[in-house]
Design a protein around this ligand. Structure first.
Ligand SMILES: [Zn+2]
Length: 291
C-alpha cells in the first residue's frame, strides 16, 4: 500500500512529466466506487478545457490544481497507480479514469482492487475542509518531541495505531510505522500514554528521517519484492528492517522478527529489541476507544 514517500514520488514523477496542455477528454469506468461525489461524466464537464497548474501531496492524497481554482484529488488506496501514457500505448485493464491532453498524452488512474478514490472540488474551501476532516499534520514535516507527545501522549491506544491514524499524523501506514517503532525500540502495542519522553524524542527524529530516506530511494515498491531482493543487498542498504520479515533475523540482534495483530493490523517487531514495558499495569487496549 503506498504511503507518504511513494505518493510523494508519484507527485514528483508527474511534475516532471509536465502535463501542461489542456485536457481534451475524460473517460472512465461507470459506475465505479473510486469516484466520490463525481463520475467520469461530471468530470468531463468540469475538466475539459482546463490545464493542470500544480501537482502536490497532502498525507497520502495527490492534488491536481487546475487553472480555474478547482482541484482534482486522488488517493491511491491499496493498489492505485498513475501512469502517463503516449497516445499510441494501450491502457491497462484496471484503468478507472483517463485524462487526455491536447499534446496527445494521457494520464491513467489504474486501481485493480478499487480502494482508491477520486474527488473533485470546484472551490478550494471545500477541498481544504475535506482534507482537514481527514488529515492531521503531515508526517514529513519536522515535529518536536513535545509536539509528538502532545499528539499521542494522552491516548491509551497502542502507539502503532496512533502512528497510522491519519487524523493525527498524515502519511504513515503499516510499513513505516513498524520501521519507525523498530528503529527506536518501542513495542508496537505500547499505549501512547506509556511511551516515555525519551522514546517520544527518538520517535520525533526517526519518523521524518525514515520517510526522507525512503524518498531518497524512490519509495518502497512492495514488501514482497524487497524480501525477494534482500539476500543480494548488504544489510545496511536493506530498505526494510522489520516489515514483512517475520521469522527472519532482526538486523540489530538476530532474534527472529515476530508479528502481532493490533485492531486487525499486522505489526512486525523484534521481541528482544522492542520489549513491552508497561506490563506492570496490565495489557494495553487494542480497540478504538480513546482515552
Ligand atoms: Zn532485535
Amino acid at each position: 500500500m503506498p504511503e507518504l514517500p511513494e505518493v510523494e514520488v508519484t507527485a514528483e514523477n508527474l511534475r516532471r512529466a509536465e502535463l501542461r496542455a489542456p485536457i481534451v477528454a475524460v473517460d472512465g469506468q461507470l459506475p465505479c466506487r473510486v469516484f466520490y461525489a463525481c463520475s467520469p461524466r461530471t468530470l468531463a464537464d468540469d475538466l475539459i478545457g482546463r490545464c493542470i497548474r500544480a501537482i502536490s501531496r497532502r498525507g497520502k492524497y495527490l492534488l491536481f490544481d487546475l487553472d480555474d481554482g478547482s482541484t482534482l484529488l486522488m488517493h491511491r488506496g491499496m493498489t492505485g497507480s498513475l501512469r502517463v501514457r503516449d497516445g499510441t500505448a494501450a491502457p491497462d485493464r484496471y484503468v478507472r479514469l483517463t485524462l487526455s491532453f491536447a499534446d496527445g498524452r494521457s494520464l491513467d488512474f489504474s486501481d485493480p482492487r478499487l480502494f482508491g478514490r477520486v474527488v473533485f472540488f470546484r472551490r478550494a474551501i471545500d477541498r481544504d475542509r475535506y482534507l482537514a476532516e481527514r488529515l492531521g499534520r503531515d508526517a514529513l514535516a519536522p515535529i518536536s518531541a513535545t509536539e509528538l507527545r502532545a499528539l499521542f501522549g494522552t491516548r491509551r491506544r497502542p502507539i502503532k495505531l496512533l502512528l497510522i491514524d491519519q487524523h493525527l499524523l498524515a502519511g504513515i501506514g503499516n510499513l513505516y510505522a513498524d520501521e519507525a517503532l523498530w528503529s527506536v525500540r518501542i513495542h508496537p502495542a505500547t499505549p501512547g500514554n506509556r511511551v516515555s519522553d525519551s522514546q517520544y524524542a527518538a520517535l520525533a527524529t526517526a519518523i521524518p528521517a525514515i520517510l526522507q530516506a525512503s524518498l531518497q530511494r524512490g519509495g518502497t515498491t512492495s514488501a514482497r519484492e524487497h524480501l525477494a531482493a534482500e539476500a543480494s543487498l548488504p544489510p545496511d542498504q536493506r530498505p526494510l528492517q522489520v516489515y514483512g520479515r517475520v521469522g527472519r533475523p532482526c538486523p540489530r540482534c538476530g532474534t527472529p522478527i515476530a508479528r502481532t495483530v493490533l485492531s486487525g493490523r499486522g505489526s512486525y517487531f523484534c521481541p528482544t529489541c522492542q520489549q513491552p514495558c508497561w506490563s506492570s499495569e496490565g495489557p494495553p487496549r487494542t480497540g478504538h476507544a480513546e482515552g
